[in-house]
Each structure stands twice: as C-alpha cells, then as structure tokens.
Design a binder for this molecule. Structure first.
Ligand code: NAG
Length: 478
C-alpha cells in the first residue's frame, strides 16, 4: 500500500495548488490537444473561406502552408511566453503574473470564437499565437508559484501537479468528438477562456508567493501573513527563518541578469542542467511514439474504434502514472525517477524499433508493439514528463530563479517546435530508423543525468545552491 506523506498539506494549500494548476496546466494541455479533432474541418473551412473572399480555392501547397503556420505559431508564442516568464514573475509577482496572463487567454478565446463568423482564418492564426504566449507563461509561472508555496517535503509532489493536470486535460481532449463538428469548433476552441475565468475567480483568494514577498519585495509582514495562510498555522517561524537566510544570501545580487547567469559558473552549471532536463523531456521521443501509435494500431489490425480505445488507454495510463510519480518523487527522489524513466524509454524504443522492422515478417509482433507504445508513455510519465517543469525552480535561489525559468521554459518550447518541424521529414527519409536517433539521444540524457544532476529531494534551496558552489570552485574554497 502506498502511503502519501501529507505532512504540511492542508485544505488552503490544496486550494491554492488547484487554483494555480487547474487554471494554468489545464489551459496548456487543452491547447496542446484541442486542434486535433477539428483539424480537417478547419482545413476545409479555410479553403472555402478563401474562395468566398478571393474567388480562388487554396492549392494543396497553400493549404498545407496555412495549416503549418497555424500549428507552429503556437510554439513560437510559447517560446516568447516562456522567455517573458522572468519579467512577469519579477514585475507582477508569481500570482500577479498568473492572473495577468489570463488576459491573453481571454483575447485568444474571443479571436477563436468569432473567427468563423468573421470569415477570417487570420484571427484563428493570431489566436493560436496569443494562446501560445499564454501557455508559455503558464509553463514558467505556475511551477514557480507551486514550488514557492510548497513546504520542502512536498515541493516535488506539488511541482508534479502541473504535469498531472496537463495529462488530465490531454486525456479529456482526446475523448472529445462532440464539439469538433462543422458549426461548433469555434466554441470548442473558445472554451480556452474557461480555465482563465476559473483562475481569475479562485486565485485572488490565495496569497502571493511568500518568498516573492519577503525576498524580492522585502515585505516581511505580508510574507509572514501569506505563509500563515498557506500553512494554516501561526507556527511558521522556522520557515520564515529559512527564507530570511535565502534573502540574506541574495541581498548582494538582488536580481540576476541574463549575462550573469551565463558567465557565473555557480549559476551556469544548474542552468545547463535545467536546460538538459527540458531538452530530455522533448527529445526523448514521446511525440514520435504518440505519432506512430496510430500506424501501429492500424498495422495490428485494430478497428478504428479499438484504436480509439487504445489511445484512451494510453492517456489514462499517462494520468495514472503521473499521479504515481507525484507520490514517488518524494520517496525516491527526482534523479532516480528521471533515470528510471529514461532507461525504461531507452529499452522500450529500441524494442519498438526492432518490432517495426519485423512487423511484416512476424504478424503477432504488432500486438507487442501496442504494449510497447503504452509502456513508453508510462515510462515517460514516471519522471521525464513532470520533473523538468519544476526542477529548474529547485536549482536556483530566489534572485536567479525567474531568469533561469525564462531560459529553461523557452528552451523547452524551442525543442518541441524543432521536433514538430523535423520529425516528419526525418521519418520520410529514414522510416523506422528514425527511432535510432532517440536511442542515441536517450543514452546521452541518461549519462548526463547520472553524472551531472544532483538530488534535490528534501533539501532547502540554500543546501542545493551550496552544491553548485562546491562544484564550481572546488570543495576547499567554500
Ligand atoms: C478546396 O476546395 C475545392 C472545391 O471543393 C477543391 O477542389 C480543392 O481541392 C480544395 N483544396 C484543397 C487544398 O483541399
């Protein structure tokens, strides 16, 4: 039986986590998945719209181009949003930044909702860009807020909440078939306004991050009030003391600049680690395997209904395993889960490669491939899916956290963008051999994690940054 350590979790903290995660992570997962179901209908509508406006239909090339722009501009928005994380977090606060970010979601919802009425696919494209900015900011600000309101012993579990809600929303979007119809798709896309409205209603009740109030704003009284609210007890002296230590340490450099973070070795080492974790998440092959899953189900002779069930099973396993990782991350640590997940994915993707080569020779092997696809997702959810989002917030003290998050989150979206752009051409070129690229990459990520990534479980930020000072300057000089 699994026992969840609930020390430190109370109703108020749970409410703050929900307000942040359902508002932000749901928004992110929703938009990752929402465009798939109505894509063909939108394609057709764009073609017809173009004819109504100019009297000409799209050629195949034009059509592909407009759709590609619509899909990829979302990632470009994400990169920009990710890069803006630091500015928003410092200027408006973690909670303030999250609240403000909902404006982007509402603007996008309006653009989506009226695009069909206005006969304008440009509105759809701009909407995708705007919601991309929103999702990028969410992916940076939400894990930061969660990590800063969490007690040390639950920081990983609470950080995992981001990915948990994200997988839940992807699963829900996979089930949707009702709204992906001719008339209703603008409404479907505009539903992105709902998580924003939810967050605008729920998050104002919760306090700003106590660390932001104390260390960045130097407001000890409001910080203590916020912490008292979150812990639901006035006995917060120890934690206040810990935060004061962090504040003392960061007084010398109130806010770390981009230049500083790239040149100072005690900051550059954790930055490289955070970036590698983000790259590992995106370049581990998860999107490739999910993309291939349709083919694999088909070649195993699954009917389209059975294939849909397999997809739902995959999404469900993703949610369940992410939930399990939420518990395990405080028990076994970040590094262990990351290594376990990446190693499982390595073995899995290699077997999958062999299965794809043999699928015409050995008929039953298709069924084994289905198992491998689902197992791959399970391994992804064990660690690589959730840990990178909050790991960056654990490696840096308050003064460097916003800048570091900006870079790491922007890198994540860039990697996602490149995979989206490069995978299909590579697949056309190399067929199943494209999986060998992931084998090589995964070996690299495993070695990097093994040798370079420190364990952060149960450690305070002070203790973690001390590790990097030692690595950078040698144990004796600190
Ligand atoms: C656009 O619609 C016209 C008329 O239905 C069709 O002939 C043409 O192939 C369509 N173009 C694309 C790219 O689908």
């Amino acid at each position: 039986m699994v026992i969840i350590t609930v020390g430190g979790l109370n109703a108020r903290l749970a409410f703050a986590i929900s307000a942040a995660a359902f508002g932000s992570a749901f928004q992110h997962g929703f938009n990752l998945g929402v465009i798939n179901a109505p894509l063909n209908i939108i394609r057709h509508w764009m073609n017809v719209t173009n004819n109504e406006r100019s009297g000409e239909y799209f050629t195949e090339t034009e059509q592909t181009m407009v759709i590609s722009i619509m899909v990829s501009i979302y990632c470009v928005g994400g990169m920009i949003g990710g890069a803006l994380t630091g500015f928003f977090a410092e200027r408006f606060g973690r909670k303030g930044g999250l609240l403000l970010n909902n404006i982007f979601a509402l603007v996008a919802a309006v653009l989506f909702g009226f695009s069909k009425m206005a006969n304008s696919y440009e509105m759809l494209i701009i909407g995708r860009f705007v919601i991309g900015i929103n999702n990028g900011l969410n992916a940076g600000l939400c894990p930061m807020y969660l990590s800063e309101i969490a007690p040390v012993n639950l920081r990983g579990a609470i950080g995992t909440a981001y990915q948990l809600v994200l997988t839940i929303s992807i699963l829900i979007m996979g089930l949707d078939t009702i709204l992906g119809t001719d008339d209703l798709w603008p409404i479907l896309l505009a539903l992105t306004g709902l998580p924003a409205i939810f967050q605008l209603a729920a998050l104002p009740v919760c306090p700003e991050s106590p660390k932001f109030l104390l260390i960045t704003k130097d407001e000890p009284v409001t910080a203590q009030r916020a912490l008292t609210w979150l812990r639901d007890t006035t006995n917060v002296q120890d934690e206040m003391g810990e935060m004061r230590n962090e504040a003392e340490a960061s007084k010398l450099v109130p806010s770390v600049s981009l230049r500083e973070i790239l040149t100072n070795p005690t900051l550059r080492i954790p930055l490289v680690i955070s970036m590698m974790m983000m790259i590992a998440q995106q370049l581990s092959g998860i999107n490739a395997v999910i993309f291939f899953s349709t083919d694999i189900y088909k070649s195993a002779g699954l009917s389209s209904e059975a294939a849909l069930n397999a997809t739902i099973a995959m999404g469900t396993m993703n949610v369940l395993m992410t939930f399990a990782s939420l518990v395990m991350v405080e028990k076994f640590g970040r590094k262990t889960l990351m290594l376990a997940g990446l190693s499982g994915m390595l073995v899995d993707v290699f077997l999958l490669f062999i299965c794809l080569l043999l699928k015409d020779v050995v008929p039953w092997i298709s069924y084994f491939s289905i198992f491998l696809v689902i197992f791959f997702v399970v391994m992804f959810a064990t660690g690589p899916g959730s840990i990178p989002w909050f790991f960056v917030t654990e490696l840096f003290a308050q003064n460097a956290r916003p800048t570091a998050s900006s870079i790491a989150v922007a890198i994540n979206w860039t990697a996602a963008f490149l995979v989206g752009l490069g995978f299909l051409p590579l697949h056309e070129l190399a067929g199943p051999y494209v999986f060998l690229i992931f084998v090589v990459l995964l070996i690299g990520f495993i070695l990097f994690t093994w040798f370079k990534v420190p364990e952060t479980k149960g450690r305070t930020i002070d203790e973690i940054t001390a590790v990097f000072k030692q690595t950078a300057y040698g144990a004796n000089s600190v």
